[in-house]
Design a protein around this ligand. Structure first.
Ligand code: IPM
Ligand code: MG
Length: 352
């Protein structure tokens, strides 16, 4: 059986950080076949399409996709259809990657990086489960039109109960394997779509008797995440609320350069990418933090290939590099050693 990984370096720092993750995956000696393709701005420049046919084919055939990051100011002026973000949304939809797992884990070595007080965030370990292929992101109709002599912008929020149920099951199962607490986030006091969301989550709860389900309105959830984030174990929410809350949760750790993510379909296929963006301001300088991408590769090992031991080896190697005092610029603090992208990658390789 071949184990095929489609590598999509993307834009900005994407190529530098994926190179390090690819080295780590290769060093494990698990016989991965890795092939690279274009996505995002790089693909627009080469083909005019942020998610070209060749990439669609390669990504469809592969067992997993490893992505760097897409986007940059260079492409912001293009029509919506040609923007790099469209490539990312396109591949999520194309591969039916409805379940987005975004862990926010505070590494003890990096406790000072958070803007919150250490006593509020120390030991933080939460998982946001974000629905990724529905909601207002994909709802029709949408657009900007002229109506009654003025411009009119509109989008549509909707969820079917089966869409809610399948993401709910992923979240309940994740909670069952962790701290057994699931908080579902909605805006049921205003939005019918999210009333249905809450109802379906309640209907699922009896299937997971070990898990305690609670509900929170999204505005309160945003507040609670900065007030007392450790009250949470797993959070589950829709595409748009999940986009916002996962950035907030990531920043609680102070080091978005450390956070991986997985986007999964129903059969274990997944796209794995760091939670941070393409950081065009530091692209090509060899200073970006490759650890979120390397940790995304660990998630790939775990979720797609069920190589739990190899996943742990990678995560331990990352911890070792931090324990040695090595830091890229984004997490550098007095008393630690500042290293570049490649040196950090090499430290992880040594730690394996
Ligand atoms: C994310 C990003 C994307 C999203 C953008 C780049 C389309 O913010 O992955 O969170 O909104 O989903
Ligand atoms: Mg986002």
């Amino acid at each position: 059986m071949t184990k095929k990984i489609c590598v999509l370096p993307g834009d900005g720092i994407g190529p530098e950080i994926t190179a390090e993750a690819v080295r780590v995956l290769a060093a494990l000696g698990l016989g991965f076949e890795m092939e690279t393709a274009l996505l995002g701005g790089a693909a627009v420049d080469a083909t005019g399409n942020p998610f070209p046919e060749a990439t669609q084919k390669l990504a469809s055939e592969a067992d997993a996709v490893l992505l760097g990051a897409v986007g940059g100011p260079k492409w912001d002026m293009l029509p919506r259809e040609q923007r790099p973000e469209k490539g990312l949304l396109g591949i999520r939809k194309h591969l039916n990657l409805f379940a987005n797992l975004r862990p926010a884990l505070l590494y003890p070595e990096l406790a000072d990086a958070s803007t919150l007080k250490p006593e509020v965030v120390s030991g933080l370990d939460i998982l946001i489960v974000r629905e990724l292929t529905g909601d207002i992101y994909f709802g029709q109709p949408r657009g900007i039109e002229t109506r009654n002599g003025e411009r009119f912008g509109f989008n549509t929020m909707h969820y079917t109960e089966s869409e809610i149920r399948r993401i709910g099951r992923v979240a309940f199962a994740a909670a069952q394997g962790r701290g057994k607490k699931l908080c579902s986030v909605d805006k049921m006091n205003v939005l019918e779509t999210t009333q249905l969301w809450r109802d379906v989550m309640e209907e699922l709860a009896p299937e997971y008797p070990e898990v305690t389900l609670s509900h929170m309105l999204v505005d309160n959830a945003a507040m609670q995440l900065v007030r007392a984030p450790r009250q949470f174990d797993v959070l589950v929410t829709g595409n748009m609320f999940g986009d916002i809350l996962s950035d907030e949760a990531a920043m609680l750790t102070g080091s978005i350069g450390m956070l991986p993510s997985a986007s999964l379909d129903e059969n274990g296929k997944g796209l794995y990418e760091p939670s941070h963006g393409s950081a065009p301001d530091i692209a090509g300088q060899g200073v970006a933090n490759p650890l979120a991408t390397i940790l995304s590769a660990a998630m790939l090992l775990r979720h797609t290939f069920h190589e739990e031991e190899a996943a742990r080896r990678v995560e331990m190697a990352v911890k070792k590099a931090l324990a040695e005092g090595l830091r890229t610029a984004d997490i550098h603090a007095p008393g630690t050693t500042k290293v570049g992208t490649k040196e950090m990658g090499e430290a992880v390789l040594r730690g394996l």
